[in-house]
Ligand binder design. Structure first.
Ligand code: GLC
Ligand code: MG
Length: 678
């Protein structure tokens, strides 16, 4: 194709053939283009330009002018414009649909929501070096236990360097591992193994106090400049504390230090001096420690004893619970109202600052850093809820819900409902609930409620909405042990308060030391006498064991959208039974959970019209259960739990909003198999 000037039409005309001598060779560009011009001219001169046409190399490019000429023709322009606008419209529609889907989708649940949190008390979990005390290598050896139970989040109680006056809650060095538990390499190795198995690690972080052996305290007591105010020092003389404040473990919170010639403050043991959080350098140093562990890759923190972090500076006496009590006999925590030592103004600002740090490390996909706070607020549940933050300022992901620990006091269906309702009705809107039925500070649930109720309690824990926390051994129903030698400092002050009974070694099998340790010289706390019958190995081969039930529920909970995201509605409570529904809008499948916390009984739920007549047994905690029940006659034995599945198009929550709660509103569109916010 060649372009020639048509004098008559005084326009451009297209001729077949290609002519762009610029392609003739890169070495002589100028010459070539000149030759091109010559050729064009020669074609004009010679009407039968066929010759030169055949000599021109085909496909040598299309000159701009030709392109313009073609492209301006209607048959090319129109489709082009149509295509252009179609692309624009499609892009806009795509963007709009994407935004709508994002806005309407409930947020994906994070790892700390989809898995139970399992608390490992490292002294008692697994001993790898036969010294009678558990350690980090021991935990690594037993990671398969968590895979077996489908647990993907571990909280490990402190393993920092410590003189162990409070078994690790008295930290001498926040950046070191205590040799009793192993080395920093062991830690790195454990964390890497956990991560490779998809298991997250939550560290215990203890901001309120350090050990008195901590270098900061040593430098503070000798008034070394920067450290002088790292702790709370007050003028006093020996034996004359500045006020009536008492520690959690009993006796005065003040101890005279002859070296400094002043008293220092401690809300726990005298070997656990409180840090002074009114000193910004203390906040700075403690924040650096958070960075240290986050950089190592830990996935979150359980923040210890947070309500104790600040105390009033005026040092007024706290009011006595019993004003008639002789002041000199006021030695126990609950002898006083802790108006000036617990939950002081400013506490949440510190925690929110740490939250910001966690968020900085949460930006990588899949690396969300989690925060749970520990605060026992007893009757003042609104104080606990404060740790959730506000709708505008984030704080903890969850404050531990310790209220279910009181279930055994007057155990009944009514009691269970009351405690669930206590949390759900006080929790700020849109927050995520959680449930704790045991820890290293409290007696074992199985001993308090009775072994026959352990399965029902675990079923409650794993079928309620929110994150369940399981203390090691609860998955097999371990019981309190009367230990021969008291180790716990709290137990030494008051034998009734000893925490040793719930800290005894994990029962893995029926071998020496219950498979916990190869030590020939005993273990740090006695092994339970029941270890031959209550242990992991025995329970693995029994379908109806506490362990197998836990495993089944944990697997189901993770994959069942109704259990994870559905509404919770109470439908029944009496002396024996607590029953609730889990349902999700748009989904015709729902669950009725019926738990017997009393005696053998038949429950009639025929008044609940939203329930179909037939309820299928999905899981029963006991053998010999029929495969389905009529809703008017649901028989359960003492301590039995039933997870009943049913199909219906009716929603219960729509007509009974006062009995129902939802953590994050989600609806299910079965046609497209997606969740959306509703
Ligand atoms: C927390 C711990 C407890 C410890 C105390 C002091 O309450 O759970 O075990 O003794 O803090 O650190
Ligand atoms: Mg050991």
């Amino acid at each position: 194709m060649s372009l020639v000037k048509d004098e008559q039409s005084s326009g451009l005309e297209l001729k077949e053939g290609l002519e762009n001598s610029a392609f003739e060779g890169d070495s002589q560009p100028e010459q070539s283009s000149r030759r091109g011009q010559e050729q064009a001219v020669s074609m004009e001169d010679c009407p039968a330009g066929e010759e030169s046409y055949t000599q021109i190399r085909p496909y040598a490019g299309m000159p701009k002018e030709v392109l313009l000429l073609y492209s301006s023709k209607a048959r090319y322009r129109l489709p082009r414009e149509i295509l252009f606008w179609l692309t624009v419209v499609c892009t806009l529609v795509l963007v709009a649909v994407t935004i709508t889907v994002i806005v309407l989708s409930p947020p994906c649940l994070s790892w700390w929501q989809t898995s139970p949190v399992y608390q490992v008390y490292p002294r008692s979990f697994k001993d790898s070096d036969a010294d009678g005390v558990g350690d980090l290598r021991g935990i690594k050896e037993k990671l398969s236990h968590f895979q077996y139970l489908n647990i993907k989040a571990l909280w490990i109680s402190p393993f920092y360097k410590s003189p162990m006056k409070d078994f690790g809650y008295d930290v001498e060095d926040f950046r070191a591992v205590d040799p009793l538990f192993g080395t920093m390499e062991d830690f790195d190795d454990l964390l890497a193994s956990m991560h490779s198995m998809g298991i997250k690690l939550i560290m215990d972080y203890i901001p309120n106090h350090t050990s008195d052996k901590h270098v900061w305290f040593q430098l503070s007591r000798n008034r070394t400049d920067y450290y002088s105010d790292f702790y709370i020092w007050v003028n006093c003389t020996e034996g004359h504390p500045p006020n009536n404040w008492v520690s959690v473990f009993g006796n005065s919170t003040w101890t005279y230090d002859p070296e400094r010639g002043q008293c220092y403050f401690h809300q726990f043991l005298k070997e656990q001096p409180d840090l002074n959080f009114r000193n910004p350098n203390v906040i700075g140093e403690m924040t650096d420690i958070i960075h240290f562990w986050l950089k190592k890759g830990v996935d979150g923190f359980r923040m210890d004893a947070v309500k104790h972090m600040l105390e009033a500076t005026h040092l007024r006496n706290e009011p006595q619970v019993n004003p008639m009590q002789a002041p000199e006999t006021v030695t126990k925590e609950f002898d006083l109202y802790h108006d000036y030592t617990y939950t002081q103004v400013g506490l949440h600002d510190i925690l929110r600052g740490w939250r910001v740090v966690l968020d900085e490390y949460s930006r990588e996909p899949g690396r969300y850093r989690f925060m749970v706070t520990e605060s026992y607020d007893y009757k003042e549940i609104e104080k606990t809820m404060m740790y959730y933050g506000t709708p505008f300022i984030k704080e903890a992901d969850i404050p531990f819900n310790f209220y279910l620990l009181d279930l055994p006091d007057g155990l009944s269906g009514v009691r269970a409902k009351e405690l669930v309702e206590l949390w759900m009705s006080n929790m700020p809107r849109g927050k995520w609930p959680n449930w704790v039925v045991g820890n290293h500070d409290k007696p074992r649930m199985s001993s308090r409620a009775g072994q026959e109720y352990v399965r029902a309690i675990n079923m409650l824990l794993l079928t309620l909405p929110g994150t369940p926390t399981t203390y090691y051994g609860e998955e097999i129903g371990m019981e309190n042990v009367n230990v021969s030698v008291t180790q716990d400092p709290f137990g030494k002050f008051d034998p009734n308060s000893s925490r040793d009974p719930s800290r005894t070694p994990m029962q893995w099998n029926g071998n020496l030391n219950a498979g916990f340790s190869d030590s020939q010289n005993g273990t740090w706390l006695d092994i339970s006498p029941n270890y031959k019958t209550i242990n992991v190995e025995v329970q693995q081969s029994d379908t109806f064991s506490v362990l197998e039930l836990y495993r089944t529920l944990s697997l189901l909970r993770e994959k069942d959208i109704v259990l994870l995201r559905g509404w919770l509605c109470y439908v029944w409570e009496d002396t024996n039974v607590f029953a609730f529904l889990r349902e999700l809008d748009g989904l015709d499948r729902a669950f009725l959970v019926l738990l017997n916390f009393g005696e053998d009984i038949e429950t009639d739920l025929s008044t609940i019209t939203e329930l179909p007549d037939q309820l299928n047994v999905r899981i029963s905690t006991l053998p010999d259960t029929p495969s389905s029940f009529q809703k008017s006659r649901i028989r359960t034995s003492k301590g039995q739990g039933l997870l009943l599945e049913y199909f219906t198009s009716q929603r219960f929550h729509t007509g009974h909003s006062s009995q129902c709660y939802v953590s994050e509103k989600a609806c299910y569109l079965s046609a497209l198999d997606i969740l959306y916010k509703c």
